[in-house]
Design a protein around this ligand. Structure first.
Ligand code: NAD
Length: 497
């Protein structure tokens, strides 16, 4: 039987050349399933289906409150099917089941938030300063959207796009990472089961250069929203420029976690571990740069190293495991080379820097790694590792903390630890990053914008701004008392009179 896991125009279809890809769990290499490996032709068929559905107005003209209600039903159904979705996410990514369960709750919350927001959309009246004019802004769907997502939080990152796109009335083509397709397949099934008109949601699977690239190049796509690495983001922005489509980019980060000497030591230490090592550091907002104020630096880093050594690695269903594997052998090689280069550039290895041993050799494990005495400008301070690697720098005072915290091409997220609220607020105000936590790390809210300054991206996801990304604002100016302007002389009538 052929594998038919592309969802195009409301039908499950195989790839046009019958190609498939086998997915294996990164935790132990176990076979997860075969999925269709799409072709450029498949991507073009999906774009055509989305275009046809959008132009028909079948979804775009559904009143906003009903679109909002649909998203609320998606949220409810996700909660019912949570175990099935979490299991699939965990097998594709190798992350702990409990983390996938948290992701599924967050995804349901995301749909619920955008459901409520979409339902309230009534446009905006504008005072034209003239009683004869009714002026209003209508927020219309941007059109056909290409949604491209990464493998670290596969369905979560896609949901941040799908929910506002549907809420706004768009049709879309989803292109998840080729490494983690299964929750996207389940999501199409869920949307279809709730009666979303055919062609509104389409799914193409396969390599970025094959099925992703057409989404940024094709003239029938009005917007491309991408989450992934910086270099891919640049390629997508360049490809999209040919058709002047709207581009939203959520890229990487090199996020400073700034610990002042007056911080709550235990809370800062515990959160520094979370910041760097949750999901083995495969988090765009990971606290991969630890900046510690001199007076506590030695004690803080000694404790961090001691605790990092104790972190238990293991597979998704190992209840004692505290974090899991990297996504692939290629990614582990990348992290290994990155640490090696850092050491060659003068950094000192305090712990980690090795692959998992024994049972863990079946998967792509990398031990939690702390590097200190890192030379400023060294590649480990500049580039994103996207693995369980944290570098340590020290500073004295607010000015130096801010200077170091902003010394990055990225600007996604950062944290400030201090029991002096004024200091926390002052430093937060001076950091050029899209999210700043004070005395915390990692929480985000669906109602709060997420995104980056600098090379961390363009545009925002979540919050009202994340919804507006999927809309075009149209100004409708209605003169209810039309009159002759007299701008040009009415010469014809005068001459003939
Ligand atoms: P990636 O850039 O390699 O791939 C992301 C997606 O783009 C995949 O679906 C891939 O197939 C596709 N792609 C690759 N080449 C393409 C092309 N030429 N045209 C269109 N699509 C193409 O990233 P990744 O390794 O999957 O994810 C890790 C990166 O994602 C990290 O840099 C991380 O920081 C970033 N990320 C950012 C956020 C955020 O919110 N800012 C969230 C999660 C991940």
């Amino acid at each position: 039987m052929s594998t038919a896991t592309l969802f195009i125009g409301g039908a499950w279809v195989p790839s046009s050349d019958g190609g498939t890809r086998a997915i294996h769990c990164p935790a132990d290499g176990g076979f997860v399933g075969d999925v269709s490996e799409g072709t450029r032709e498949d991507a073009e068929r999906a774009i055509a289906a989305a275009r046809k559905s959008f132009d028909s107005g079948e979804w775009a003209s559904v009143p906003a409150p009903q679109r909002g209600d649909f998203l609320l039903r998606v949220a409810a159904e996700l909660r019912v099917r949570k175990d099935e979705f979490a299991q699939a996410e965990t097998l594709d990514t190798g992350k702990r089941l409990v983390e996938s369960e948290i992701d599924m709750d967050d995804i349901a919350d995301c749909f619920a938030y955008f459901g409520k927001l979409a339902g309230q959309d009534a446009g905006r009246m504008v005072d034209a300063g003239n009683n004869s004019v009714v002026s209003r802004i209508a927020y219309e769907p941007v059109g056909v959207c290409g949604l491209i997502s990464p493998w670290n939080y596969p369905l979560l990152q896609s949901a941040w796009k799908i929910a506002p796109a549907l809420g706004a009335g768009c049709s879309f083509i989803l292109k998840p990472s080729e490494l983690t397709p299964h929750t996207s397949i389940l999501m199409m099934d869920l949307l279809d089961s709730l009666g979303l008109p055919k062609g509104v949601a389409n799914l193409v699977l396969g390599a970025g250069a094959v099925v992703g690239a057409p989404l940024s190049e094709h003239p029938d796509v009005d917007m491309v929203s991408f989450t992934g690495g910086l270099e891919t983001g640049k390629r997508i922005a360049a490809a999209a420029s040919g058709t002047i489509k709207k581009v939203a980019l959520e890229l990487g980060g090199k996020n400073p976690n700034i610990v002042f000497a007056d911080a709550d030591f235990d809370a800062a230490l515990d959160n520094a571990l979370n910041a760097a090592f949750v999901h083995s550091g495969q988090v765009c907002s990971a606290g991969a740069r630890l900046l510690v104020e001199e007076p506590i630096a030695e004690r803080f880093v000694d404790e961090l190293v001691r605790r990092a050594r104790e972190i238990r690695l293991g597979g998704p269903f190992d209840e004692k495991a505290e974090t899991g594997p990297l996504i692939s052998a290629a990614h582990r090689d990348k992290v290994t080379a990155y640490v090696q280069k850092g050491l060659e550039e003068g950094a000192r290895l305090r712990c980690g820097g090795t692959w998992g041993e024994g049972e863990l050799e079946k998967g792509f494990y990398y031990t939690p790694t702390v590097l200190d005495q890192v030379t400023r400008g060294s590649s480990v301070l500049v580039d994103e590792a996207f693995g369980p690697v944290v570098t340590v720098e020290t500073f004295n005072g607010e000015d130096e903390a801010v200077e170091l915290g902003n010394d990055t091409q990225y600007g996604l997220a950062g944290a400030v630890w201090s029991q002096d609220a004024g200091k926390g607020q002052r430093v937060a105000a001076r950091l050029r990053h899209g999210t700043i936590w004070i005395n915390d790390f990692h929480p985000y809210l669906p109602q709060a914008e997420w995104g980056g300054f600098g090379h961390s991206g363009m545009g925002r996801e979540l919050g009202p701004t994340g919804f507006a990304e999927y809309q075009e604002a149209k100004h409708i100016y209605h003169n209810i008392d039309p009159a002759v302007t007299g701008w040009f002389e009415a010469r014809v009538q005068e001459e003939s009179a």
